[in-house]
Design a protein around this ligand. Structure first.
Ligand SMILES: Cc1cc2nc3c(=O)[nH]c(=O)nc-3n(C[C@H](O)[C@H](O)[C@H](O)COP(=O)(O)OP(=O)(O)OC[C@H]3O[C@@H](n4cnc5c(N)ncnc54)[C@H](O)[C@@H]3O)c2cc1C
Length: 596
């Protein structure tokens, strides 16, 4: 029996949500059984959606009244063609508990203890256990469990960095249906928090990190402040003053401007890496990392720490984002991460290993983060295209003659070709950055300027391209793009990617500034002027600055530079294209020709 159009539309929407929610549990070896009120025609796109979500499923006609049955591994979805009554069904789950999702009753049972290859354990115990619309307390609990399994170690970032990146990629695949919350939670835990400790810790501090993993403790990374953070070149207002008498540091936000904000996992974390200016005997030694405890054994916040929720977001509400304020917060002497720089407990003397700035080592986490962010953005865009293509292949399009599928509409067809080619090129470029960075991580060396530039380019290009491609796809696939649980509802993940680990605009400014700096000094370094078009743009920027100075001799350096902002961003774009070209094997020979 056919539903009237309006009801079919509602059924479509309902069905796809149910399918996605149920499929989220397939790999978790969860038995799910759902019945929904549906018309037979409405089922076809859902079958396609099921395929798109990676399920091995078969659509079979059930014998009576046009009933169809969709079977998947560990999942059985049955769509029953009846209007009234909506949902009713049995389940074969062993020990089952009930969860209500949008319009469907789902019965499921959890499985097994962790065993086997790390990928298998990580996938089963963590990636597959994710579900849409979880609370932040639920995902925090899940991450604790993942940390405890040890499937990915905090120390993998330097011992097995390829695994560290692979784990990020595995998790990124769930951002389309579950949103970005868990991916951000994971990267904050393993890269920003634990990764910073790995890079900056003494031997005894590394032992504390091992204990943190064994106990499944959560950590956050407190850098950004209301008026400072990664955008300001890691400059912060929070101060850690050494108190020699008591042999401890006193951390103070110094008011609202120094209050940390947007701190991921800030409401649930047990420990934190806090970036604060180190002050000893009145002398400021600049920003340093402190590994501190935020909560006591009973889970209560320790004295001197106040946290609050940043509020609801457009996406990723299964991640807690907090503001964190420190008021006369005392931390022990060994909270200062002191592999490269430390304070003598007794004399208060500040010592530092020559040749390495502590902030360079903290900055390393931004490089690993940028590669992971670039890969996550590309993964999100690719999955959105894959899922949408499955839908548009199955979707009949009226007035299309002998090729009636939506995928054959020329503008969509051509967008698919272009998008897959562009994503493949970017995937391969980012992979080269990952490979080079892994070598530095293993050797515990700071990446050379050329690689730092290449990684900035990877982040800018991958994220900008993912945003552009997903936006264009949305314009071409009609009502599907409005449906919840198709991935389009989580595209704000890409906004998070844009400002995470260094805002793309700030990175673009840096690319242009380095190039212009080399131009004014007439230098030929790795990050300087490398092509005719870059030279031309530098000359235009220089003449705009000169014009501004002629009109107003008192104009500041930044104000004069900002007057050329269009040329500045154009220069950054040109550098991005050239750097990518040089890093992709087929472009290598062309690179030589583009040199001055
Ligand atoms: C979901 C989420 C999780 C986060 N997690 C953490 C965390 O765990 N730890 C942490 O320390 N921080 C975290 N942050 C903070 C994040 O790093 C900052 O939000 C980010 O640095 C951007 O800061 P802002 O939003 O205050 O941007 P603003 O400073 O308000 O800037 C807004 C925009 O203006 C432009 N802009 C700003 N300054 C310049 C400039 N000088 N030149 C050119 N353009 C400029 C950029 O396009 C920028 O996007 C998180 C943020 C979010 C949203």
């Amino acid at each position: 029996m056919r539903l009237p159009d309006t009801r079919r539309c509602a059924a479509d929407l309902n069905l796809s949500r149910v399918v996605v929610a149920a499929l989220a549990r397939i790999r978790a070896r969860v038995a799910v059984s759902v019945d929904v009120d549906a018309d037979a025609d409405a089922i076809a796109p859902c079958g396609a959606l099921a395929h798109a979500r990676g399920a091995t499923c078969a659509m079979r006609r059930w014998n009576v009244n046009g009933r169809r049955r969709l079977t998947c591994r560990f999942v059985e979805l049955s769509f029953v063609d009846k209007h009234a009554g909506g949902i009713s069904r049995r389940s074969s789950a062993r020990s089952a508990r009930t969860k209500t999702t949008t319009g469907a009753r789902m019965l499921f049972a959890r499985s097994t203890a962790p065993t086997g290859d790390w990928r298998e354990v990580f996938q089963r115990e963590f990636v597959d256990a994710l579900a849409p619309n979880c609370s932040y307390a639920q995902t925090a609990k899940l991450l604790r469990r993942c940390v405890r399994t040890g499937a990915v170690s905090f120390f993998d970032i330097e011992r097995n960095p390829e695994k560290f990146f692979e784990a990020h990629r595995m998790l990124a695949k769930r951002a389309n249906d579950c949103g970005p919350g868990m991916w951000i939670r994971f990267t904050v835990q393993f890269n920003l928090c634990a990764g910073t400790v790995v890079a900056l810790a003494s031997k005894s501090q590394r032992v504390r990190l091992k204990e943190m993993q064994a106990k499944g403790k959560l950590g956050c990374f407190c850098l950004t402040e209301r008026l400072a953070g990664v955008n300001s070149g890691l400059v912060v207002n929070t101060r850690a003053t050494y108190d020699r008498e008591r042999r401890l540091f006193v951390i103070d936000s110094g008011g609202d401007d120094g209050t940390k904000n947007w701190i991921s996992q800030g409401l649930t974390a047990d420990v934190a890496v806090v970036i604060a200016e180190l002050v000893v005997d009145g002398k400021n030694y600049g920003p340093h990392g402190f590994f501190v405890r935020l909560r006591d054994k009973l889970g209560r916040l320790v004295r001197g720490v106040t946290v609050g929720d940043m509020g609801a977001k457009t996406t990723g509400n299964d991640l807690d984002n907090a503001w964190v304020r420190f008021d006369s917060f005392t931390v022990p002497h060994d909270a200062l991460l002191n592999k490269y720089a430390g304070v003598d407990a007794e004399t208060g003397a500040y010592t530092k290993k020559p040749g390495i700035r502590t902030m360079d080592m903290i900055g390393q986490r931004l490089f690993t983060g940028r590669v992971a962010v670039a890969q996550a953005a590309l993964s999100f865009a690719r999955k959105l295209y894959d899922d949408t293509k499955v839908y548009s292949d199955a979707k009949k399009c009226t007035m299309r003659g002998s090729a009636p599928s939506l995928s054959n509409v020329p503008q969509l067809n051509s967008l698919y070709d272009e998008a897959y080619a562009t994503l493949a090129r970017l995937d391969s470029y980012v992979k080269t950055c990952e490979t080079e960075l892994c070598a530095c991580l293993r050797a515990k060396t700071i990446p050379p300027a050329r690689l730092v530039q290449a990684i900035a380019v990877a982040k800018i290009k991958a994220v900008d391209t993912a945003i552009e491609l997903t936006f264009r796809l949305k314009q071409e696939v009609g009502s599907y793009a409005l449906m919840s649980a198709t991935g389009f509802d989580n595209t704000d993940f890409l906004q998070c990617c844009k400002f995470a680990e260094g805002d793309s605009r700030i990175l673009s400014q840096k690319l242009a500034r380095d190039c212009f700096g080399a131009f004014t000094k007439n230098e030929h370094g790795d990050t300087g002027v490398q092509s005719e078009i870059e030279l031309d743009l530098c000359q235009r920027i220089a003449s705009i600055i000169d014009e501004q100075r002629a009109v107003n001799p008192k104009i500041g350096k930044i104000e004069a530079w900002d007057c050329a902002w269009r040329e500045v961003y154009r220069l950054a774009e040109v550098i991005c294209e050239r750097v990518m070209h040089e890093h992709t094997p087929s472009g290598a020979h062309m690179a030589a020709r583009s040199k001055l």
